[in-house]
Design a protein around this ligand. Structure first.
Ligand SMILES: NC(=O)c1ccc[n+]([C@@H]2O[C@H](COP(=O)([O-])OP(=O)(O)OC[C@H]3O[C@@H](n4cnc5c(N)ncnc54)[C@H](O)[C@@H]3O)[C@@H](O)[C@H]2O)c1
Length: 269
């Protein structure tokens, strides 16, 4: 299937590492002109070199997404350099475990890290997206749908991202702009590795994690998330809008009995 992404201009936030890196490379591989926005400048530089070596187009824009004027300048520069914007992937964020015992100021800071820049980027990309009749893909999280505990800020941000997906899809349908959301649950990325490393026995924690996922008893790969994002953003998904798509091996929606220990299943047979 030709995804018709050649020379399309794609902006990916948090594009240096993890899921964002996978998304940026998957678009570049399809011939898109990728702009990766991330605060990790050395990693962005290495990623751009890697893409160039493959004959792909990937340009790094080092910035902190919480800095509105830096984001505004980057979108201006992307439009000038590439002649427009076709696709925005809002991806940057991370589970910062800001729970109820944290202060209200820390809760607001978590929203700044995980939510506000999704709006900022959509706001600054909008004039170009109207011209291209483009698409937005927001990356959410299982915490938008399932309580996790101890992470009020991140859960509130991800719930809001689901809400904004439908709000923007409604707002922008008149301009031919599609807005969808891809929602992963368990994907091994630098963020996840840091979290696992804190467990008393990281290898056991990893095995336990795999067992919680019905399809294949394994975590979702970065590539599996990236491939869905690329398809959803492409014109081959031309009548898809306002959708929240869970790429999670059935983690969120399938019956808990599927991941119950085998001994328990035998007893109840
Ligand atoms: N890994 C998972 O299992 C998982 C599950 C559900 C949802 N998600 C979501 O996927 C997205 C990516 O997560 P990941 O696991 O790849 O994280 P990651 O920490 O591995 O990578 C995130 C990238 O975003 C960049 N970034 C973060 N905040 C930034 C800011 N303010 N300014 C500029 N750059 C910034 C980081 O430098 C990093 O390169 C996040 O929105 C996360 O909530 C991940």
């Amino acid at each position: 299937m030709d995804l018709e992404l050649k020379n399309k201009v794609v902006v990916v936030t948090g594009g240096a590492k993890g899921i964002g890196e996978g998304i940026a490379l998957a678009f570049a591989e399809e011939g898109a002109l990728v702009a990766a926005l991330d605060r990790d400048e050395p990693t962005l530089r290495r990623l751009a070199h890697r893409a160039v070596a493959e004959g792909w187009s990937l340009t790094g824009f080092p910035l902190d997404l919480r800095d509105e004027s830096a984001v505004s300048a980057a979108f201006g520069e992307i439009e000038r350099r590439f002649g427009g914007i076709d696709i925005l992937v809002n991806n940057a964020g991370g589970n910062d475990a800001v729970g109820l015992h944290h202060s209200p100021a820390e809760f607001v800071a978590s929203l700044e890290r995980n939510l506000v820049h999704y709006f900022t980027c959509a706001h600054f990309a909008l004039p170009a997206l109207k011209k291209s009749r483009g698409a937005i893909v927001n990356i959410s999280s299982k915490t938008a749908l399932t309580g996790q505990g101890g992470t009020s800020g991140y859960a509130a941000a991800k719930g809001a991202i689901n809400g904004l997906t439908r709000e923007w899809a409604a707002d922008l349908a008149q301009h031919g702009i599609r807005v969808n959301c891809v929602l992963p649950a368990e994907v091994i990325t630098p963020m996840y590795e840091q979290w696992l490393a804190k467990a008393p026995d990281p290898a056991a924690a990893r095995r336990q994690l795999d067992l919680t996922i019905p399809l294949g008893r394994r975590t979702t790969t970065i590539r599996e998330v990236a491939d869905l994002v690329v398809f959803v953003a492409s014109s081959r998904a031309s009548h898809l809008t306002g959708q929240i798509l869970c790429v999670d091996g059935g983690y969120i929606h399938l019956d808990r009995a599927l991941t119950a220990p085998v001994t328990h299943l035998k007893k109840s047979e």
